[in-house]
Ligand binder design. Structure first.
Ligand SMILES: [Zn+2]
Length: 104
């Protein structure tokens, strides 16, 4: 497993819309040792070995709780909140509007 073909971009499938895209365009979720899902914010970097679950990083619709439920079950609501927070932060960064008058 140490050899990586540089020409090939590993593709992943969004659990919400089933779209295939390069791994770097996804939010990644992994299960911790207690079986709880965690959102891995280090986008694009494979954090550790193990199976991950992927969700479109640029499509807030993919983060809706009802779409996450079949994957995350009882934790769907919590994950939906994490995804929503991620998108909100992204929007603030992209629009350049700081919530509390930061000088810049
Ligand atoms: Zn998606």
């Amino acid at each position: 497993m140490s050899e990586v073909c540089q020409k090939h971009v590993p593709e992943r499938t969004c659990v919400a819309c089933r779209k295939k895209r390069p791994q770097g365009e996804f939010l990644r979720f992994t299960k911790d040792t207690q079986g709880l899902w965690q959102m891995d914010s280090r986008r694009g970097k494979p954090a550790r070995a193990g199976r991950g679950t992927y969700l479109c990083a640029d499509n807030p619709a993919c983060g809706q709780e009802k779409k996450l439920r079949r994957t995350f079950g009882a934790q769907a609501e919590k994950m939906a909140l994490s995804v929503a927070a991620f998108h909100q932060l992204n929007q603030e960064l992209e629009s350049g509007t700081a919530p509390t008058g930061v000088t810049g």
